[in-house]
Design a protein around this ligand. Sequence first.
Ligand code: UTP
Length: 296
Amino acid sequence: MMSKQVRTAIFPVAGLGTRFLPATKATPKELLPVLDTPLIQYAIDEARDAGIERMVFVSHPSKSAIERHVMDDAALRAELKARGKPAIAAVLEENAFCHTSDDVSFVMQHEPLGLGHAVLCAKDAVLPGAVAVLLPDDLILEQNCLKEMVAAYAEGAGHMVASMQVPLEDTAKYGVLAVTGRSGRLLQADGMVEKPKPQQAPSRHAVVGRYILDPIVFDRLENQTPGAGGEIQLTDAIASDAKNCGLSGFSFSGRRFDCGSKAGMLRATLHLAAQDPECADVLRDFEAASPPSFAA
Ligand code: UTP
């Protein structure tokens, strides 16, 4: 049976998305599509399927397009139906949140002061108990990572972070766990370091963007001073409680794509295109062409 301990998911979506400029000048990074679906929608679908009851989006006033995507647009659906496109209208209705229900909430982070600060902004909007945090630019396909984590999360387990092994030379791109033991898919850890150089990395177990956090994290974040990059780091708040509240890494079984980078976005797109009947031919033509070309 699905655990009801994790009822809220927080989606931090207020960042500047500088690595994707100029694409993200007017379009939020979280709305960039992998094929025809925006990154944020994959994360919402994952959270819904994991049994989450309330979704809290930490956004920025300049990124109102996210709210337009997430919330229902009855006028658009009516227009689509009138134009003989009921199937896509039904998809939009299924994906969207209804304006009158309390299963969704938007809070604003007026300045992008860091991921930890973004999570703190959600404090008053969450339901009691541990909270999930999903970073939409970490796209995890094939298995529902949050669902696996919720199933593995035990009451009073402290903080749990999704984790995967990375090459030593890549540790500076991630938060990295100080691992003390392992049992099955759970790694016990007594600390976590943000973006360590390879020679300072406590392990090769990197943290990716799925977290289940004990609510004590909000107290820690309230008193958190800026860390790496001058930002209020979620990693520091989690690490500060690792010893007294507990910290584990979870080896998830899905496939993760770093859609915060161009290369990761391209990999994710090619991965899904290969499974899409409309796109698979294009990929085959591309592979067969010499020199490669996408010309029609
Ligand atoms: P990233 O660091 O990947 O996103 O944060 P970014 O800062 O927008 O992108 P770059 O590095 O400049 O290209 C991961 C997630 O956390 C959110 C981002 O929107 C993204 O979804 N975030 C980050 C916030 O909500 N607030 C922040 O202060 C920082």
